[in-house]
Ligand binder design. Structure first.
Ligand SMILES: [Zn+2]
Length: 271
């Protein structure tokens, strides 16, 4: 599944190709995505210039002159920039053609991706309105984690995955950030000290920034005709390393199940 670093890398890639360009055509081959795509988009978009491409959580915000496209990659989606007229591939669902002779093409075998057109403030759209803070922006810190955790018994790993706590911290990054901060994933969120939340906020930022840096080197894959998304294989300390020695202390990395997902941790480094 594309995680926040992949979405951010996609944003940077398509922003370069789209910003300042005018849309000449929108084509929808299949409206059956996670939610049906409104056919009106094909009438609204042509003639509009792309002001910018932003992001909120894992939603890409393609800002036009009279509204915003809100695009989500779902479980298996990818957005590529290809020359106009490139033959459609299986699972290509829509394209946005630009006056540069290139177009943005969306491919998604599992169809959990989505595309919405809004004319008001996109941040007030029901999909975005109640999301927690952005992990890479000012305002995300130990104080904000501690405030949200106060009195809560939920495991800190689950707390970190909750989009009301902070957005875009997926399973890989939650495991890695907790390792770097030395916090046991099963510890109750309300029983993590403020000092440790300061460390955790820093390590969340660090793992995401590392992954984005890594992604920068594969950016080309995201904007080429045959680009397919994948996890950035950064140096991982615990994720999918059960049974192997901890890179820090040598103890055996363990795996446990939390909310139907696997959590990896070092029983010695994390308390
Ligand atoms: Zn260890």
């Amino acid at each position: 599944m594309p995680e926040l670093p992949e979405v951010e890398t996609t944003r940077r890639g398509i922003r370069t190709a789209m910003r300042g360009r005018r849309i000449v055509r929108f084509e929808l081959r299949d409206h059956r995505l996670r939610w049906p795509v409104a056919p009106a988009i094909a009438r609204e978009l042509p003639g509009q210039r792309v002001r910018d491409v932003g992001r909120r959580a894992k939603y890409l915000l393609i800002e036009l002159e009279r509204g915003t496209l809100i695009a989500h990659l779902g479980m298996s989606g990818s957005l590529r920039v290809v020359p106009a007229g490139t033959p459609w591939l299986k699972h290509d669902h829509y394209e946005v053609e630009l006056d540069s002779g290139r177009c943005l093409r969306f491919n998604d075998p599992r169809r959990f991706g989505s595309l919405h057109w809004v004319t008001g403030d996109p941040l007030e759209h029901p999909l975005l309105a109640r999301l927690g803070p952005e992990p890479l922006e000012r305002g995300f810190d130990g104080a904000c984690l501690a405030a949200r955790a106060r009195g809560r018994r939920i495991a800190v790993k689950q707390f970190l995955l909750d989009q009301h706590t902070v957005v875009g911290v997926g399973n890989i990054y939650a495991s890695e950030a907790l390792f770097r901060a030395g916090i046991h994933p099963r510890r109750a969120a309300g029983r993590v000290s403020r000092a440790r939340y300061d460390r955790l906020a820093g390590s969340v930022r660090e793992v995401l920034e590392d992954a984005i840096r890594q992604g920068g080197t594969t950016l080309r894959d995201y904007v080429s005709a045959d680009g397919t998304p994948g996890y950035f294989r950064q140096e991982l300390f615990v994720y999918e390393r059960a049974g192997q020695p901890c890179r820090r202390c040598g103890a055996t990395i363990r795996k446990l199940a939390q909310g139907q997902r696997s959590t990896y941790f070092c029983p010695r480094c994390q308390t």
